[in-house]
Design a protein around this ligand. Structure first.
Ligand SMILES: [Zn+2]
Ligand SMILES: [Zn+2]
Length: 240
């Protein structure tokens, strides 16, 4: 795929407590990658040693653009129970978009049915637009049900570039991402590539994710990073 991604909505700053770059460093990296927009999506307060609600409330000081790059207000919330509860609190409606993900610091794996129910429950949340890194082998999921629910509840499934790197803590990431992409393309589910950068040097790096999608001939119209329409779909305030 020779197409160029326009944006990266999954990035972390030092505010997350286990990431290593500032917002400005991330924006500079996004510009170097030729992106037109970056979303900053630090972890919600349930992640140990990270942010608090005031951090997200004060996004109101953000300008719309910095150094010619559109700056979008995001949050990555934790899925905290098998009903799909998330810990985004009162700030989710104020965000441009919300990513919901399973993190090992915030929920223990259940059965495949429980994990799947947790993810689908989070999809039903009206503010959740993206489900992050569904590819951790420590948390088995029924991808057929996940893909069907993504269509029903109008969320994008993330193809997470960092899960594809050797440094990833997730189990069998590359294999899981490949299976997910195969299932998702069959059902024509919109996907969004995210770097999940915890350091500026990974912002906008989506080449491994692109390769996975290329391998299954993912239609470019369903890869949201390739168009402004894709971005607007993700930023729509009302899902339904
Ligand atoms: Zn993190
Ligand atoms: Zn995450």
């Amino acid at each position: 795929m020779s197409l160029t991604p326009l944006f990266d909505l999954h990035t972390h700053t030092i505010a997350s407590g286990h990431a290593y770059s500032t917002l400005l460093e991330n924006i500079t990296a996004a510009k170097e990658h030729g992106l037109i927009a970056i979303g900053t999506s630090d972890h919600s307060p349930g992640m140990p040693f990270g942010t608090n609600e005031i951090f997200f409330e004060n996004y109101r000081v953000f300008p719309e653009e910095i150094n010619g790059i559109r700056l979008l207000k995001g949050i990555e919330v934790n899925i905290i129970d098998f009903d799909g509860g998330v810990d985004g609190g009162q700030v989710m409606p104020e965000m441009d978009y919300v990513i919901a993900s399973i993190h090992s610091h915030c929920i223990k794996s259940g059965t495949i049915e429980e994990n799947t129910r947790a993810v689908i429950g989070a999809m039903k949340n009206p503010w959740v637009k993206i489900i992050g890194h569904l590819d951790d082998g420590r948390y088995p999921l029924n991808y057929d049900k996940i893909v069907a629910a993504a269509l029903e509840y109008k969320v994008a499934l993330e193809i997470n570039d960092s899960s594809l790197r050797p440094s990833s803590a997730r189990l069998n990431g590359p294999q899981r991402v490949a299976v997910l992409a195969e299932k998702a393309v069959q059902s024509k589910v919109p996907v969004v590539m995210g770097s999940d950068a915890h350091m500026w040097c990974h912002v906008g790096r989506l080449d491994a994710a692109q390769k996975v999608l290329q391998n299954v001939n993912y239609p470019e119209s369903l890869v949201l990073n390739y168009s402004l329409n894709g971005l607007e779909w993700l930023l729509r305030k009302q899902k339904y």
